[in-house]
Design a protein around this ligand. Sequence first.
Ligand code: FES
Length: 132
Amino acid sequence: MQHGQYTKKVLDYFKNPKHAGDVKNASGVGQVGNPVCGDMMKISIAVKDDRISDIRFKTFGCVAAIGSTEALCRIAKGKKLADAKKITSKDIAKELGGLPGIKMHCSVLGADGLKKAIDDYEKKQRGKKTRK
Ligand code: FES
C-alpha cells in the first residue's frame, strides 16, 4: 500500500497519536483481534458520570489501524456511553477524510474494541450492584 492513498489526517494521527497507551485504573478494557489480518487492538476507558472521560489504545495494527483508532478516541472522548457505542467505522472514515477501501477493516478494530471496553465496564457495574 502506498502512503499516497492515505489522507493527511491518517498520517498525522499515525505519527502523533495522542491517545496511545493505557488508561491508568481503567473502568473498562476491551481487546479484539482482526479476523481479516490477525492484528490486535486493546482499548481502555475511564468513565465518569456515564461519559468517557479518558480513552487510550494499544495495537499491533497497521498505519490505518493506528490512525483510525486515534480518530475514534477523539470522537469518543466526552461522549455518553450510549452514544459512544454507536460510533461506526463510517464515522471514523469521515473524521479521517476517507480511508482506502481495503483498509476499512482496520478501522473496525478500534470501534469493536471500544464496544467491548464499554461492555466490560457495564458488566463490572452490574457486578457491583448485585454484590451490594
Ligand atoms: Fe491489520 Fe490494518 S492490516 S489492522
